[in-house]
Write a protein that binds this ligand. Structure first.
Ligand SMILES: Cc1cc2nc3c(=O)[nH]c(=O)nc-3n(C[C@H](O)[C@H](O)[C@H](O)COP(=O)(O)O)c2cc1C
Length: 371
């Protein structure tokens, strides 16, 4: 995750700063892998939806087609391994192994913030995955505040340096407020997105980092011409929580208070579903049921970050493949049992929406979308 104020050029990077970034990356991985920084009292609301069982599916389960177009490529199942890391030796191993998993299973793969690569070009190798994932959908990543302070050509060099198919521009105002030395100035965000969309030459994915995207933000993003978002909503990893665990006294108190801040992932997807966006639903997805429900609500694909990291820490490459195969098997089973032939059909499958999700839709005047 991009954090603290960026230097405007790589030449400004100082050794203390780079050591700090490396330590932060290691802290982030350890905290997220530990499971101690999940939302406490708020869930994703992905369970506030029931798909209606079809007892007469009239097809072989193997006929279910999970292929999903996303950002110019076709995934074999509607799943993205979401942005996590880069910049250290451990991050390099994680990136390369997870990208290999994505290639093997036909899933998308997101690199962590490339700010480290910008500040310290010698860490570029820790983001290089194209040689092991030649065909996978690979997403670059940079913070909006950092992108604001860079020229479009500089941002483009990060994309080209890793051969990414698209660039996630992450928004993280809540965690920055808690992080010691974090950003406080978020002006010109939309102008930056407009500029990047006009000049970058690769698709942009506007991505939150665990607090969700509102309908108003979705509409603003759409109005500047961008057509892809990752809602990364509330209910999974709390990035306020991560920074709270790393913060000093004053920021820690604020972090404890805001730990559960954000829009539940399912509510965010549902509120954006009719805006013509390609939606990735990250934030608290842990199972195939979560992925299927996110797709039913209007997402193209579900994104998973912390659970993939945990599977990797526990079982390495093979353990990660096993975990993700289990997720894919469940998505296939639910698609079948909901009477659908393709994952995309889940968006039209008969369902019951709970009162909590409906309340979000009513509050923002969004229809329940049936793509
Ligand atoms: C160790 C770790 C590092 C992360 N770093 C980034 C990052 O650099 N850029 C970003 O956009 N999101 C980052 N994220 C956020 C995830 O992509 C995701 O939006 C968030 O963790 C919620 O998903 P989850 O509940 O599946 O973890 C990171 C997540 C983890 C677990």
């Amino acid at each position: 995750m991009t954090t603290s104020h960026a230097s405007s050029s790589s030449a400004d990077a100082r050794p203390e700063q780079t050591a700090l970034i490396s330590q932060r990356k290691t802290d982030h991985i350890n905290l997220c892998a530990s499971g101690e920084v999940e939302f406490r009292g708020k869930g994703t609301l992905l369970d506030d939806l029931q798909l209606i069982h079809d007892a007469l599916p009239d097809r072989h389960v193997d006929e279910v087609d999970l292929r999903t177009p996303l950002l110019g490529k076709v995934l074999k199942a509607p799943i993205v391994i979401s942005a996590m890391t880069g910049g250290t030796d451990e991050a390099q191993d994680i990136n390369r192994d997870l990208a290999r998993v994505a290639e093997q299973l036909g899933l998308g793969f997101g690199l962590g913030s490339q700010r480290a690569m910008w500040l310290r070009p010698e860490t570029a190798r820790t983001f290089v995955v194209r040689d092991v994932a030649p065909t996978a959908l690979v997403l670059g990543n940079i913070g909006l505040v950092q992108a604001r302070d860079m020229t479009t050509a500089q941002v483009r060099s990060l994309v080209d340096g890793v051969g990414a198919d698209a660039l996630c521009v992450h928004l993280n105002p809540a965690m920055e407020l808690i992080q010691p030395g974090g950003d406080r100035d978020f002006r010109s965000g939309l102008d930056t997105l407009r500029r990047l969309h006009a000049e970058l030459g690769v698709p942009i994915v506007v991505k939150e980092t665990g607090c969700g995207l509102s309908r108003r933000v979705g509409q603003s993003v759409r109005a500047v011409g961008i057509d892809a978002v990752d809602v990364s909503g509330a209910g999974g990893t709390s990035w306020v929580g991560v920074e709270t665990r790393r913060a000093e006294k004053d920021e820690r108190a604020l972090g404890e208070e805001l730990w559960d801040w954000g829009i539940p992932t399912a509510a965010s997807v549902a509120m954006l579903a009719d805006l013509g966006l390609q939606i990735v639903a990250t934030g608290g997805l842990r199972t195939g049921t979560d992925v299927a429900h996110a797709v039913a609500l209007g997402a193209r694909a579900g994104g998973l970050a912390a659970p993939v990291l945990r599977a990797y820490k526990a079982g390495g490459y093979d353990g990660t493949v096993r975990y993700l195969e289990q997720v894919i098997t469940a998505v296939r089973a639910i698609t079948f049992l909901a009477g659908c032939r393709t994952a995309a059909e889940l968006a039209k499958a008969p369902r019951v929406l709970g009162s909590r999700l409906r309340a979000f839709l009513e509050a923002v005047g969004a229809p329940e979308s049936r793509r």
